[in-house]
Unconditional design. Structure first.
Length: 419
């Protein structure tokens, strides 16, 4: 019996070691081919062009930055041509720009990051429940740690539908993704776990309107778009002359969905405008500071500081994703977006180097995120948690199961031989 216990213990140790090797190896890209040689920006773009050619029947805009400056661009479409001025709906990437508006109001003294958000609201309040609504702060809403369990994800509304009010969407969203609760409420202890919440950013949209007494889009234009020169960007009523076509995954024209949840899902912007936004994260060539006067460099550092963790890994700052460590004590930062049926976007950059990537596209629900994930690996040699889960989980599970089977069979055979 003691011998059997020893075999079980040894097999367990081997299983743990194997799991650590598989997961750690996947994270470090041991079995992953680089899309291009290190530093070969043109080679990476060539790889990305190939992915578009095989994976999408829609349109795409790609911008690669090197030291804060445009290094390479690529524009393509299976229909109406697109260029740097074409407006794309960028889905959840909207949250990153919204966070800049929120932090601008914090710098102006209009908002306190750690005050209960309820003290600023008059038009709507979080419904009472088991957990303390006063623990829902601006900081926690920005970082998705406020304990909201809405699960949003918004599908949007067709052109002929009447948009509900912000208050109606917060009370019970009617354009929820399948499986989403759709009720913006505190369903978990605030300040503990990371829970992605579109409802939290809809609440921030209301907060901005309440504090400024202006429409959300007007505030964002005044605080962010105009100072950064993002003159074509808007959360409402994009210029139809520059609006890129919407495509489904099969290449057919898709419905242009509209949103009440502007802050969470409805930014329309161009590659040129978003490049200005990304460049504003770095010092300018003319000596202009990071933030370009919209935000201070100290605020940008605060936004890049980890606020939320998954599996012990930093995943979120204030309004921006922390993809992987960049080797200098900071992270590759940015945001992804996905709207129904096949809009996918990503923007990622390394604050330490000034290198970055922007991908705006329709016609695939995952292509921009795939390209962004490969760029992150190409830049840092580390595979992001989002890429592992979305694109490599099946192969990781197969490797884990195969190794576990070998270990268990080997242990059983060894035990029989010893007997």
């Amino acid at each position: 019996m003691r011998r059997l216990g020893g075999i079980i213990f040894s097999a367990t140790v081997l299983l743990v070691i194997w799991a650590a090797l598989v997961v750690g190896g996947a994270r470090e890209g041991w079995w992953r081919a680089m899309p291009a040689a290190k530093g070969d920006t043109a080679g990476f773009l060539n790889w990305a062009e190939g992915r578009y050619a095989t994976e999408s029947k829609g349109n795409i805009a790609i911008v690669l930055l090197n030291r804060g400056q445009i290094a390479e661009t690529f524009y393509a479409s299976h229909g109406q041509p697109v260029d740097g001025n074409s407006l794309f709906q960028v889905a959840s990437m909207s949250k990153w720009i919204t966070a800049w508006g929120v932090m601008a109001l914090v710098e102006q003294g209009c908002l306190d990051l750690d005050a209960p958000v309820s003290q600023y609201l008059t038009r709507w309040q979080l419904p009472p429940g088991t957990f303390d609504n006063n623990a829902v702060t601006v900081r926690r809403l920005l970082a998705h740690t406020a304990g909201l369990t809405d699960g949003l994800g918004f599908l949007g509304f067709t052109p002929e539908q009447t948009l509900p009010s912000i208050e109606e969407e917060l009370t019970q969203a009617t354009d929820t993704l399948p499986g989403a609760d759709g009720i913006t409420r505190v369903g978990a202890a605030p300040g503990t776990d990371w829970r992605y919440s579109g409802g939290g950013y809809l609440l921030l949209q209301l907060l901005i309107e309440e504090v400024t007494q202006e429409p959300f889009n007007d505030v964002m234009r005044r605080l962010v778009f105009q100072p950064l020169g993002m003159t074509a960007s808007t959360f409402v009523d994009p210029d139809p002359a520059h609006l890129a076509d919407f495509y489904d995954a099969d290449g057919s024209k898709a419905i242009h969905y509209k949103f009440t949840a502007l802050a969470a899902a409805s930014l329309y912007t161009s590659a040129d405008d978003m490049t200005r936004f990304l460049a504003a994260q770095f010092p300018g060539a003319d000596g202009a500071p990071p933030g370009r006067g919209v935000l201070s460099p100290a605020t940008l550092e605060t936004m890049q500081t980890p606020q939320a963790f998954l599996f012990g890994l930093a995943v979120w700052g204030l309004g921006e994703t922390l993809y992987v460590p960049n080797g200098t004590g900071s992270y590759v930062i940015g945001h992804d977006g996905g709207n129904y049926p096949a809009i996918n976007t990503t923007a990622r950059l390394d604050p330490a180097t000034g290198d970055g990537i922007l991908v705006l596209q329709t016609g695939s629900a995952t292509l921009a995120r795939e390209i962004g994930g490969e760029w992150t690996f190409w830049q840092t040699g580390t595979v992001g948690l989002d890429t592992l889960v979305m694109f490599n989980l099946r192969s990781i599970l197969i490797q884990l199961a195969s190794g576990a089977l070998v270990i268990l069979i080997g242990s059983f055979m060894w035990h029989r031989r010893r007997r």
